[in-house]
Design a protein around this ligand. Structure first.
Ligand code: HMG
Ligand code: MG
Length: 319
């Protein structure tokens, strides 16, 4: 329980935690090389069978901005969709929405940030302009029955502006909710946040939306991501986390940012702490391994190192 919480307050924690697997998008957007489409398809298909409830398959952004994901349309067309799994993609504008619609994506994510400089570098707009750009996108997506996620990047630190005040994050978050976003993902884009920062952020953010509409998106540059997620779940009852198989990831517009928290390490930590997470972390490692020969670096997760050359049995975790 948070030290500031009153002892007569109900325990906020739900035992059930959802994982949003972002590696095919956040993981692969930062690779220097372009991974063959069929390997991406096999990767998404393998992830679909790990138990994750949602997979961010790619981005319908400008192919000049992110050539690594220019084939997202084809990946969507070729994957085998497992019933119950949500397949989503990043969409920056109406052109992106058309592409998402053409492949019957169930969910889209619009993305902006709490820092002006990052927003300008990432999507060539001010925060205000980005939100205006999203207005018809969110409305159109909802008309078509799609679920809409709104990302707020640089929610704790910006690579250009340094520390970001939580009030700047909540302002952007509220605007996204006003536009009609169903859920919000707050991103520690450069992976520098520590649990004390997470508490400050959640103290500001949670009064603005219900917990089941919030996801946290931790990168792991400083090795704090698992601690941050456990803090958010244990002390504040946050129920959803974005993570990436093998710890793949980064943002091409956030220099020095490392990968997302590895799904397998996060799932292990959550289960070991008493959460119910319907994801098989060993299958997640196996899915990430399929891609290794195409990657510029190896997998960074603790579990992937542990399971090399073994029967992949880790502790007493149930699949
Ligand atoms: P712009 O250059 O201002 O856009 O880019 P534009 O409208 O002038 O278009 C430029 C060219 O791109 C045109 O082509 C458009 O047709 C094309 P041309 O006429 O020159 O041949 N274009 C498109 N093509 C296909 N699909 C589209 C599309 N839009 C334009 N949707 C824009 C503005 C936002 C489009 C561009 O900057 C962009 O695509 N940026 C994406 C950047 C990106 O993907 N960043 C990484 C994701 S964010 C992230 O990683 C953080 C996150 O993980 C959370 C966290 O960690 O905090 C989510
Ligand atoms: Mg990210």
């Amino acid at each position: 329980m948070h030290p500031n919480a009153r002892s007569d307050e109900p325990d906020p924690r739900s035992p059930h935690v959802r994982i949003i697997e972002v590696s095919p998008r956040d993981g692969l957007q930062n690779e220097p090389g372009i991974i063959p489409t069929d390997d991406k398809v096999a990767f998404v298909n393998a992830l679909s069978r790990t138990g994750v409830g949602e997979i961010e398959v790619g981005s319908f952004v400008s192919p000049v901005a992110v050539p690594q994901l220019a084939d997202t349309d084809e990946v969507f067309r070729k994957i085998e969709r497992v019933p119950g799994v949500i397949y989503s993609a990043l969409v920056p504008n109406e052109r992106g929405l058309e592409r998402a619609r053409a492949v019957s994506a169930q969910k889209i994510a619009v993305f902006t940030a709490a820092s002006e400089t990052f927003t300008q570098r990432n999507i060539k707009a001010t925060i205000r302009e980005s939100l205006e750009r999203f207005r018809p996108v969110v409305a159109g997506a909802k008309r078509d029955g799609m679920v809409v996620r709104g990302y707020v990047s640089t929610a704790v630190f910006c690579p250009y502006e340094g520390r970001i005040a939580p009030t700047r994050v909540t302002e952007v978050m509220k605007r996204l909710l006003d536009l009609g976003a169903d859920e919000i993902s707050l991103g520690d884009t450069i992976g520098k946040a520590a649990p004390a920062d997470v508490r400050r952020l959640l103290d500001a953010a949670l009064p603005c939306l219900s917990r089941d509409r919030l996801s946290l998106h931790f990168h792991d540059t400083y090795g704090m991501a698992v601690a941050n997620a456990l803090t958010a779940w244990w002390e504040y009852g946050v129920e959803a986390f974005d993570s990436s198989a093998g710890g793949l990831g980064g943002c091409p517009y956030a220099p020095g940012a490392s990968g997302n928290v590895a799904t397998e390490d996060l799932v292990y930590a959550l289960k070991a702490s008493g959460a119910t997470v319907p994801v098989n972390e060993i299958q997640v490692v196996a899915a990430a391994r399929r891609l290794v020969r195409h990657l510029s670096r190896g997998l960074t997760s603790r579990l992937s190192a542990l399971t090399i050359g073994t029967e992949c049995r880790v502790g007493d975790q149930e699949p």
